[in-house]
Design a protein around this ligand. Sequence first.
Ligand code: T4K
Length: 381
Amino acid sequence: MSTSTPLRVVPARADERIYVTQPHLAPLTEFLPYLEKIWDSKVLTNGGPFHQQLERALCDYLGVKHLALFTNGTLALVTALQALRITGEVITTPYSFVATAHSLLWNGIKPVFVDVDPDTLNLDPAKIEAAITPQTTAIMPVHCYGHPCDVDAIQKIADNYNLKVIYDAAHAFGVQTDSGSVLQYGDLSVLSFHATKVFNTFEGGAIICPDAKTKQRIDHLKNFGYVDEVTVVAPGINGKMSEINAAFGLLQLQHIDEALARRKEIDATYREMLRNVPGIRCVGDAGEKIANYAYFPILVESDYPLSRDALYAKFRARDVIVRRYFYPLISDFPMYRGSPSAHQDNLPVASEASLKVLCLPMYPALTVENIERIVEIIAEG
Ligand code: T4K
């Protein structure tokens, strides 16, 4: 149990600018003893004691067996693909942050976009098979907004076609299904600990590995392929998390439960207040047993008096900086849109969602007064 002081929540003033998120930060005074240890030891990086402690602490907290820390989620994705030697084509979702597909391009892999499910906005398993070709080697789904993909259906397809599955689980910290952590599905899962995420280490990320051997390969890959002074086993990268980030992560972990509890309350408050607002649909959960309330996406439907973009502009004019995660679709960016799978006709559900979605502010320090101000802007129409 944590012995640290409760998180100091600094709410926004009633008229203050509100952003889509605000990092959850443990009290600075609690971080100073960690810094003193680093200053005393002079161990700044390369798998030092805080790095090792955080890997163990996260395995315990998340209920997974092996985890390799990274400097950020994007390098973790790039390395996960290297670790499994993925080549050719990979089936993925257009409805995500660009890092998902960029990790494929950085490995010389062709992304093949498949549409999403209208309820969860996650990759639709029913549409995967039609996109498989002899070049397909893997599927990279995203647990969008922290809502679990249909992991069983995806695994079944992967087994039938001998494909690997790498989950972009950047949003899915702490999420559990009836069978435990959602991070244990697929061949690998990748987390992000970016400042905007539920659990942050300023920048950071991790790969969840099924066994010690895979973790060892990944540990080599994130450290130049270096095994010892005279042995380099792969053309690895530098993806190591520093001791400062790892120490901060250990401290953040002591406060994560209170942050998640507050997110749950905010989610419930939004849902209750928006229940009777015509034309506004809250994106539901995907049946997870434990959710993390990473985002609060709403869909602005055609019976709402304003267009999504008019509502977005109205929010900005009132100093509430909501975001359109995920608009544009990844498949609409110049480096992707030439591919046949990127065509809008192939992605009707994702295309529609990306034109309707707004992510409302969601972070532990958000007050009921802030939520009332946000909902009022929506309810005015
Ligand atoms: N896969 C998925 C599905 C992802 O969503 C992401 C990252 C990745 C992979 C890659 O993981 P990392 O390599 O990042 O670990 C943000 C984040 O930069 C990005 O990490 C995140 N997804 C994506 C969904 O959102 P922006 O451009 O929206 O960030 P920005 O700087 O506009 O921040 C949003 C708001 O957060 C700001 O208006 C204010 C607040 N903020 C942000 C930062 C960075 C703070 O208060 N303090 C801060 O330090 O991309």
